[in-house]
Ligand binder design. Structure first.
Ligand code: SF4
Length: 319
C-alpha cells in the first residue's frame, strides 16, 4: 500500500524498494533505517530483517527487497497525485535489477495522470539506464549535501537534463556550502536541515546561496525546514526569527555572554567553535562571520528563511 506522507513535496510515497546501504555523509543519520527498525518492532511484515536500531540510529542489515506487490499501485490510484520514489531505500541500489528499475519506469510511463519524483544517491546508475525518451510526468533527482557530492553528481544530472529529463536536487540535509554554478538546468532545488537525534546544524548561508542561485536562474526553490537547529533570536521590529552572527573576533568578545544564550557557534565551514582558542583560529583562518544556532527541534525551528516561506514546486502539476 502507499503511505500518505508528511513529506511536503509529495502526496504519496511509493515504497517499491525497502532496505539500503549508507553511501555518503547524508546517510549517517538515515531516517529510513531507523523507521524500518521501528516498523519491524511493530511487527510490520514488509520491514522484517532490514535494519536494526542502535540507540537512536538505524543500521541497515544489507538486505534490500523490491516489493512487486506495490508495483502497480499508481495505476490503481485514479486521483492524480505526486508520488515520491522512494522513501525507504534507493531505486538505483545495486541490489535492484535493471529489469526491476525498468518495470518501475514502465508503470510511471503508463500512469501519466500522476507526477513522480524519483530521488536517488546513485544517479550515475539512473543516468546510464535512462537513455530512451524522457517521461514528461517524471522528475529525476539526486541528493547533494555538500560540494563533493554535488561535483560527483553534476555530470550525470546534466546528461539526463540534456536528454530532456526533468531534474531536481535535494540539498538536504545541507552539510556544507555548495557552489551551484553549472546546475542552471534544474527544474527545482530543495534545501533543508537535518532533524532527529544527533542532527547536524546547517548554516543559513548555505541555504541563502541555494535560494539566491535558484531565484537568479528561474529554478523553483523549496525550503523544507531548518531541522533541529534554528535560532532563538528575533528581529525587534518585525518579530521574525533572525540568526545572530559575530562579524569579527572583537564582537564575539563583547557580545558572547548575551548573544549565545545556550546556542552553539559555527564558523563559515559549519565547524563548531567551543573555546576562545577555536575563535582565535577561526579569526586567523578567515572563518568569520561566526553564526549562532540553537537546538530547538523541528517544529520550533520552523521553515522560514530570512522571514519567508519558500514553497515553489509544491504547486507542481498533480495531473
Ligand atoms: S541512500 Fe537514503 S535510504 Fe540509503 S542509506 Fe542513504 S539516506 Fe538511507
Amino acid at each position: 500500500m502507499s503511505v500518505n506522507t508528511s513529506i511536503e513535496w509529495c502526496d504519496h510515497t511509493w515504497t517499491l524498494v525497502v532496505g539500503c546501504d549508507p553511501l555518503s555523509p547524508a546517510c549517517a543519520k538515515c531516517y529510513a533505517a531507523l523507521m524500518a527498525a521501528r516498523l519491524e518492532a511493530m511487527g510490520v511484515e514488509k520491514y522484517q530483517g532490514l535494519a536494526t536500531r542502535v540507540g537512536n540510529i538505524g543500521k541497515w542489515t544489507g538486505e534490500v527487497r523490491f516489493d512487486e506487490s506495490v508495483l502497480d499501485l499508481p495505476l490503481r490510484t485514479r486521483k492524480p497525485g505526486r508520488w515520491f520514489l522512494t522513501s525507504m531505500g534507493d531505486i538505483a541500489h545495486d541490489k535492484v535489477s535493471d529489469a526491476q528499475i525498468g518495470s518501475a519506469f514502465g508503470v510511471m510511463a503508463q500512469a501519466g495522470h500522476h507526477t513522480f519524483m524519483v530521488l536517488t544517491k546513485r544517479i550515475e546508475r539512473l543516468a546510464a539506464l535512462l537513455t530512451g525518451t524522457p517521461l514528461p510526468n517524471v522528475v529525476i533527482g539526486c541528493t547533494a549535501e555538500n560540494q563533493e557530492q554535488a561535483d560527483k553528481h553534476l555530470p550525470h544530472m546534466r546528461a539526463l537534463a540534456a536528454r530532456g529529463w526533468r531534474t531536481f536536487v535535494s540539498y538536504e540535509p545541507a552539510l556544507g556550502a555548495v557552489n551551484w554554478d553549472g546546475w542552471e538546468f534544474l527544474e527545482q532545488l530543495i534545501s533543508g536541515g537535518e532533524s532527529g537525534h544527533g542532527a547536524r546544524p546547517s548554516l543559513p548561508a548555505w541555504h541563502q546561496a541555494a535560494r539566491d542561485f535558484a531565484e537568479k536562474h528561474g529554478v523553483k526553490y523549496l525550503f523544507k525546514q531548518w531541522g533541529s537547529w534554528g535560532t532563538k533570536a528575533f528581529n525587534a521590529s518585525t518579530g521574525l526569527p533572525v540568526f545572530r552572527q559575530f562579524p569579527d573576533f572583537q564582537t564575539w568578545v563583547n557580545k558572547a555572554s548575551t548573544w549565545i544564550n545556550g546556542g552553539i557557534c559555527l564558523d563559515t565551514d559549519g565547524r563548531e567553535l567551543k573555546s576562545g582558542g577555536d575563535m582565535a583560529r577561526a579569526r586567523d583562518e578567515g572563518k568569520f562571520p561566526v553564526t549562532i544556532m540553537h537546538r530547538l527541534g523541528k517544529k520550533e525551528a520552523g521553515r522560514l528563511l530570512d522571514g519567508v516561506e519558500h514553497n515553489e514546486g509544491l504547486d507542481a502539476p498533480h495531473g
